[in-house]
Structure formats: C-alpha cells, structure tokens
Design a protein around this ligand. Structure first.
Ligand code: COA
Length: 274
C-alpha cells in the first residue's frame, strides 16, 4: 500500500540535482564516488549549476575567475565585517554569514550588473548595431541618466591587475574554440566608450572581467552575484580564521584612538522635573 505522506513529500521537494538514498549519492546522474578525485571543484560547480560536466578548458576558465576574486583586503567591507564578527564571540559560520550578507548591489554586486549590461549591449548588436556603436549608445544613455557603469573604474588600481590577465585567458579560450569572444569584445568596447564619453580612462575592474568570463561561459546574469560569493567566501573564511587565531575582542572598524565625527546637538542640560 502506498504511503500518502511519502508521496506528498516526493511531490513537495522536486530536484534534478541530487539522487540520495541509503548507500547512493548521485549528482546529475553521476555517482559521487566516480566524481571524487576525478573532477575539479570548479567542474563540480558547473555540473551542479548547468547540469552537464564542463570540458577541462571551460572548468579551468571558470576556476580562473573564481581564483581572481577571492580577496581584496581587510578594508573591503565584507572582509572587515567578517573580521569584526570573529572577535564578537560568534562562530565562524556567523562571521561568514555576516560578511556575505553585506554583499549587495553596491559591494559585490557589480559583476552581475556588468553581465546584465553586456546582455543589453548584445541585444543591441543582435538588432544590427556594431559592437562599438552598441556600447557607445548604451553607455552614453546610462551616463546621461547619471548611472554608474558597473565593472569599470577602481578606487585603488589605475589598472586592475586581474582584468588584463583574465582577458588574456579568455583570448586563449577563444583561440582554442572554447568561447566566442563576443563578451570580451563587448567589455573592451565599453571601456573604450567610457573613455571617449568621460574623457578619462575608467579601466575594467575585477567585476567587469569576471562578468566577461561568466557570460562567455554561458552563465545567466542572475547567477553573477552567487558566483562572486562562492569565490569571495574563500577570502572571508581565511580572514575569519586568521582573526580568530590573532584573537582580539569586540574589534571595531578603527582603533578606538581614532574616534569619529560627531554632528549632533551641543551638550545641553536636561530640564528640571523630567
Ligand atoms: C569603483 C568606484 C567606486 C571608484 O569610484 P571613484 O573612486 O569615485 O572613482 P574615480 O575617483 O576614479 O572617478 C571619479 C569620477 O569618475 C566617475 N566614475 C568612476 N567610475 C565610474 C563608472 N564605473 N561609471 C561612470 N562614471 C564613473 C565618477 O562618477 C567621477 O566622475 P566625476 O569626476 O565626473 O564626478 C567606481 O568606479 C564605481 O562605482 N564603479 C562601478 C561599480 C563597480 O564596478 N564596483 C566594483 C569595484 S571593484
């Protein structure tokens, strides 16, 4: 006799990702014992998100983008948050979650937004515009609307050392026939359009470059931030662990000797009788 509760549960959670029964763990049809030791972590990410195994070259290119964005120093808000939380008596998981929760549209989200920008320019190209013309028109409209162009510009690096290296890998992949190179072309055209419209160079940054790779590899833009978080989580964990080993209690964003600015009302007496 069938168990109505078990049947209801089977209908409730439907997944194509994993088949797990006593003694059996299969991802997308592959037995875990076959995958272990034979595929890289980036290939595993691809398999889970895309349903099929990538070629070695595709997995390597994805891995390169994931390596590139692992960390950007303790002044990045997410990393600072991880380190501060690590001194507050919470566990490593809470410190990591605190950091990841700060990765939003402004901090950490530029890669996904750059992927969306590239898709918009790709649509203009599909409508008949040249790559340069499409980039110039789209960037012109966005700048006129006072919008920032995500994936370009950097506070510290005149040239972000990660971007040219990642683009060189995309070019190698294009020559090897692994990617089309169209998103790299779009990214470079955006950089040129920005320079001509702003009158100054705003170089492609890590988010603009990883966006090129994720788009070239066929990931939908909606996955951009999640992929960034997979990468940055490595740095977040490492900083959390380093801070845990260094010790420290209730560490704030700056040494207490530095202070902060107070803009409130001047000292005043509390009225009698209150
Ligand atoms: C990273 C970033 C915050 C650096 O900003 P910044 O320190 O103010 O940059 P700069 O001092 O080099 O540039 C200042 C000028 O360039 C403009 N600018 C900088 N980056 C720009 C961008 N991506 N799109 C449009 N204009 C930009 C600023 O608005 C400012 O213009 P103004 O002089 O006309 O007022 C900025 O480039 C940015 O927001 N980029 C987009 C988001 C992004 O990619 N974030 C991920 C960073 S790794």
């Amino acid at each position: 006799m069938s168990d109505p509760t078990a049947e209801a549960m089977e209908r409730w959670w439907r997944t194509e990702l994993i088949d797990m029964k006593p003694g059996i763990i299969r991802f997308r049809g592959y037995a875990i014992e076959d995958l272990i030791g034979r595929i890289s972590f980036s290939a595993m990410i691809w398999l889970m998100l895309r349903g099929e195994l990538p070629s070695e070259g595709q997995a390597d290119l994805l891995g390169a983008a994931l390596v590139a964005a692992v960390d950007h120093g303790p002044q990045a808000p997410s990393i600072a948050i991880a380190r501060m939380a690590a001194t507050c008596g919470v566990g490593i998981n809470s410190a990591m979650a605190s950091a990841i929760n700060a990765l939003g549209d402004v901090h950490g989200g530029a890669g996904q937004q750059a992927m969306e920008l590239y898709d918009t320019i790709a649509a203009r190209i599909a409508d008949g515009a040249s790559v340069e013309g499409a980039a110039h028109a789209e960037i012109g409209e966005r700048l006129a609307a006072k919008r920032l162009i995500e994936g370009f510009g950097h506070r510290f690096h005149p040239t972000d050392p990660r971007a040219p290296r990642l683009l060189a890998l995309v070019e190698e992949a294009r020559v090897a026939g692994l990617v089309s190179g169209r998103y790299a072309e779009i990214g470079v055209a955006v950089e040129a359009a920005l320079e001509s419209l702003k009158g100054r160079r705003l170089p492609m940054n890590i988010d603009g470059a990883t966006a090129v790779i994720y788009s070239e590899l066929g990931f939908p833009s909606a996955l951009g931030r999640g992929l960034f978080i997979l990468s940055r989580s490595v740095g977040i964990l490492a900083h959390t662990w380093e801070q845990t080993q260094q010790g420290g209690r209730i560490k704030g964003p700056a040494p207490t000797s530095v202070g902060y600015g107070y803009d409130g009302v001047a000292p005043r007496p509390l009225e009698q009788g209150r």
